[in-house]
Design a protein. Sequence first.
Lengths: 346, 238
Amino acid sequence: MMYKKTSIVLAIIAQMIFSTLSLSANADNHRGIGLYPVEKKSVSAFNKSIYRALIIGNDHYQDQDGRWKPLKTAVSDARAVHKLLEKAYGFSDVNVLENATRREVLQAFESLSKKVLPNDHVLVYYAGHGFMEPDTQKGFWVPVDAKGTDNTTFLRNSTIRDELTTIASRAKHTLLVSDSCFSGSLLRRGTRGISGVTDNAQYYKKVSNKKSVQIMAAGGLEFVDDNYQSSAHSPFTYFFLNELKNNDRPMLTLSELSTNVEKAVANNVDQVPESGVLQGAGDELGEFIFIKVDLEIEGVPVDKVKVKVNLKQGNETQSRQLKPAQAPSPTNNNRELKEILPIPTL
Amino acid sequence: MRYKKIFIILIVNLFYLHAANANQRITIGAKLLAAGWQGDNGSVSNSFNSDEGGQIAISASYSLDKFYAGVSLQNGKYKFNDSAPEQFTQSGRVNTSNTNIEHNELDILTGYYIWDNISFFIDLKGISNIWSNNDYEQNFGGLGFGVSGFLPLKNNLTLFGSAGFVGNGDIKDSAEVKVGNGSSGALDLGTIFKLTPNSSLNVGLKFRTYNFEYLDNTSQEYSINALFVGYNHSFTLE
């Protein structure tokens, strides 16, 4: 009987699959809960670098006391950032949370940190209310299910730092962009000056090979505006998007971007964005680099434009060419789709 | 014996995937199929058509970047009030009617995405049919090749499909004695609706054709077609 014969093989394969599963459980004979060091994923020369993003926009606050008024632009900010990153900058793995609860934000961080690979570039964007305790100067993100000033229902800066640190321990470049009141409090543990704009290819190569964990905040320890000139965007995100849209260079570092955004915001509203590094998360003075994939060149048809970028991957240098038409679309997250497709059979 | 070589290739492949330890995922799935079985017994007897039929399928697959490997098991039952597929025994054909046939399928496969949306796979296919009137069992098995692909339509909606064939498989009776050779063709078309980043519902059509040539130089053809609905969920491995 065929099934008797094949059942042994089937059992072996099933055992392999489930033993793989059980590795993560890391079970032992002790009772209680144990803590185990996170195993770093091995760097393979064949690991492609993936641009991933977690984008959060909170408008509809549910606080019954009315402490947290609804915002007008956070969700549209998040959608615009999502659209731009995917269309123009080749972000192929983007998770957008609209009106997210505390639990949903933490779950999204958890999910993101699990799938990050060593050569990845990870951007986390948050638009929503922020809060700072006057006595302790502790900063928070405010999720939509926050209750009054009960800070146990908020997301503490230290929690956000912890989540970013976990992601940064695995990714090549990590960037947090926070568009909320008091978001500069995330930077209080350490900042650094921003280097000037450069076109030097050696510079891009140098900073792309070094690990970075950077933060860009809409303001320091201050309130920030919501709807900039009825643009449906906050001033910070308006100029953030504007700089990325109008960028005509194939590569743009965060330092270059933040310099321009800070100037533009400060020149137009009473608000000064800040940027720096996340202290203690392994920053090696690298730079988050935005690679433009829908570059337009005057006189050249859009479908003929190619962006050629040399990426250092592991010990190998690989050349990657991106055509605008090949840039991942918002509906074309093939990597995720493969994972939930039915298995093909004959 | 050649199947053993395929098993070894599969197992080596799984070991490789396991050892690479990067972005590994397990996906499990379940599927319900409303199916019909129709065909022709060839020159000896008449055509047949099932009056009721359906199958249930479960699957588990392991993926790492462009590689995947998996197992799928199906079990179903078809009721024939009149003519039914004939049994092919060592002593010749046995005409059957008014019977139920239990239909089982086993697929062990591995594949690779050649392009972003297109993969090729090999499938070690096994089918067993068991007639309820006399518990006669007939098995068909062979190595097949296929291609699968998908096309995103909207945010949560994606077309998918696969096609392939088993070129030359063995047909054996209850005693594992070869009674013929066969081939089969397969086509799946459907849509998946992404529920969450880790889960999806899928709906589609499944077409299977079988051509059997028996040692007495007679033949039998039939097809099993189905409408299916399924659910898939994936898990990340550390």
